[in-house]
Ligand binder design. Structure first.
Ligand code: PBG
Length: 324
């Protein structure tokens, strides 16, 4: 006789008991854009509900983040003055450094993560310094290490290099250690694809490349084994955590990376993913809350220990209310 297995779906309580994936607010990271100026709260046209903040208005959103019990905030700086080398990226009084000092002073328990890249700071919008029309890897790595040190000195608990230059994790680790910042952790965007889903971010950060694209340093969406190689190399160089980016379209990559590394793995649900859901919800085509919750569950199920998402604050509320 064949015993028909019970499906364990009959009541909400049973479904809850046997659930394989659970979300927690503490796994969420909220990206925040900080620009120069005073009194700025500027909504991003392609990312409704997301703002650019100036250092003086920033505490308003940090307070919400701290209250939501999320894992941390990821800060992006948008300077007024951009130049060939992106010198505002490592300026002691740079906009992101000031934001970090404010955050640590006013919300000492909120984990602050700094995005380390030059594209928001260079006049040409590429992620490093140029030699002709291509990014020059090694001089860029030195500047990234300087940037990471300046962010850590300003209070960043974690630095997150998102540039995709070769050897930058090792260089950042040594520079941090040399500066006595041995406790600062590195969250490496090790597996970052050259993706069209970053479109709204580039408008938000005013960081679209003025010529060409980022395919010379970011990964080809066709590749997955290369992602594993990148992740393993970064762990060897000292990455404490790994990010796979974008999120939902790359679940297979996330799973593959998770199976090969023993450090925590995060997924970055990027600007384009946010904008798609917002646009569909605004048209009444999708139920925003349900889609956001389901998307986060799928990322966690595929292996994400950390989820970076522009929905972090509402998602944290929904998790607390038992809706996610
Ligand atoms: C900086 C950086 C980018 C994103 C995060 N860090 C943009 C890019 O690589 O073009 C994208 C984030 C998003 O789309 O939400 N290099």
């Amino acid at each position: 006789m064949i015993v028909r297995p019970r499906r364990l779906r009959r009541t909400a309580a049973i479904r809850d008991m046997v659930r394989e994936t659970r979300l927690a607010a503490s796994m969420l990271v909220y990206p925040i854009f900080v620009r120069e100026g005073r009194g700025v709260v500027e909504e991003l046209s392609a990312m409704p509900g997301q703002m650019r903040w100036s250092p003086d208005t920033l505490p308003r959103i940090l307070e919400r983040a701290a209250g939501a019990g999320i894992g941390g905030v990821l800060l992006f700086g948008i300077p007024d003055h951009k130049d060939e080398t992106g010198s505002q990226a490592w300026a002691e009084d740079g906009v992101v450094q000031r934001a970090m000092r404010t955050a640590k002073r006013e919300f000492p328990d909120l984990t602050v993560i700094g995005d380390v890249c030059l594209c928001e700071y260079t006049s040409h919008g590429h992620c490093g310094v140029l030699k002709g029309t291509t990014v020059d890897n090694d001089p860029t790595v030195e500047l990234l290490a300087r940037t990471a040190v300046s962010q850590a000195q300003a209070g960043a608990d974690i630095v997150a290099p998102s540039d995709m230059m070769d050897g930058r994790v090792g260089a950042i680790r040594s520079a941090l250690d040399d500066a006595g910042l041995t406790e600062t952790a590195i969250l490496s965007y090790a597996v970052k694809y050259a993706s069209a889903f970053y479109g709204p971010f580039r408008e938000a950060a005013q960081s679209a490349p003025s010529f060409g694209d980022r395919r010379g340093y970011q990964m080809d969406p066709c590749n997955v084994r290369e992602g594993i190689r990148e992740a393993l190399l970064d762990v060897e160089e000292g990455a404490d955590m790994i990010l796979v980016k974008p999120g939902l379209p790359y679940l297979d990559v996330l799973r593959a990376v998770k199976e090969r590394v023993s450090v925590p793995v995060g997924s970055y649900s990027v600007s384009g993913e946010y904008s798609m859901i917002k646009a569909a919800a605004a048209n009444g085509w999708l139920d925003e809350r349900r889609v956001v919750c389901e998307s986060a569950v799928c990322l966690a199920r595929a292996g994400a220990d950390i989820v970076v998402t522009y929905f972090a604050l509402s998602l944290a509320d929904w998790i607390r209310e038992g809706l996610a």
